[in-house]
Design a protein around this ligand. Structure first.
Ligand code: PAF
Length: 292
């Protein structure tokens, strides 16, 4: 379905996949490219930067807004996830009216069966987020694969804050031989260093300000990792967070960037990354930093 305003140009919005597929077919030419930015809405500057990159690199940019139920392992997190479609539409229109928006219903995506497909991501799914959010990556794989089938993008853009998700999507594309380039984009941060996230909307002003602790910890960890083992750095992070009255550490892990397995002994030939998840008043925040 199409939103058409004759007075002021606005972007096309589709609430159903059939009309979107027809529309994309009608504008596609042999060499034209489609850039795709999948989101769950509550858009922030980080999302807008992915859209800008896609606009610059493709003939058409499609953005999806869909709070995917199958990737939530916690019903409170799903019900409290911010849903701000009108404000999101205004933000996208403010950026460009050339963007095509797909904002489907749960039924349009799942046809009455709200279930995940089971995936094998060669073990990437068993680390960190996978350990603490059982079933999460099956849900992510299911929705991203479905959206790729509907949108048929040439390039798809994902933020590096969800680095594990990015690696998993790349693996899914490779294993299923999908013809889409998955592009990881730098983390966008608030002025105090807190990584931008839709969940930040649920934080109080104080919690948001205190969120600077996460990047400060990651930067310290990076410094310490130059001369200390991963275990020593992890113990230091755990000790630092035990002193915090508001932020609770869920995990801190230094891992090989490719396999996401924990670093047991440092190797000069490997690239490492630190991953962190904390909760504040049941709101979950994640972040990551490259270490070498
Ligand atoms: O990163 C997100 O916002 C979601 O996991 C995604 C990729 C849109 C799938 O629902």
């Amino acid at each position: 379905m199409f939103a058409l305003n004759l007075n002021k140009r606005t972007m096309p919005i589709f609430y159903g996949k059939a009309a979107l597929i027809d529309y994309l077919k009608s504008i596609k030419t042999q060499n034209s490219t489609i850039g795709f930015v999948p989101t769950m809405g509550a858009l922030h500057q980080g999302h807008l930067s992915l859209m800008q990159q896609s606009l610059a690199e493709n003939d058409t940019t499609v953005v999806s807004i869909f709070v995917n139920p199958t990737q939530f392992n916690n019903s409170e997190d799903l019900s409290k996830y911010p849903r701000t479609l009108e404000a999101d539409i205004a933000k996208i229109n403010g950026l460009s009216t050339d963007i095509v928006l797909y904002a489907p219903s749960v039924d349009d995506i799942y046809d009455g069966k709200v279930l995940s497909q089971a995936f094998d991501f060669d073990g990437l799914e068993n680390q960190m987020e996978g350990k603490f959010r059982p079933g999460h990556f099956d849900g992510v794989g299911t929705i991203v694969k479905r959206l790729f089938e509907i949108v048929t993008p040439t390039n798809a853009y994902f933020g590096e804050k969800d680095f594990q998700q990015l690696q998993i999507v790349k693996k899914m594309v490779k294993k299923n031989k999908l013809e889409v380039n998955v592009i990881g984009c730098a983390i966008f941060r608030e002025s105090n260093g807190l990584a931008m996230s839709s969940r930040n909307e649920r934080l109080t002003a104080q919690q948001r300000a205190d969120g600077s602790l996460i990047l400060k910890t990651l930067n310290h960890a990076k410094e310490k990792f130059k001369t200390n083992s991963a275990t020593a750095v992890t113990q230091w992070v755990e000790k630092s967070f035990s002193a915090s009255t508001s932020f609770e550490l869920e995990y801190f892990q230094i891992a090989d960037e490719t396999t996401l397995r924990p670093c047991l002994r440092k190797s000069s030939t490997k690239k490492y990354r630190a991953f962190i998840a904390v909760t504040v008043n049941n709101i979950r925040l994640i972040d990551t930093i490259s270490l070498n």
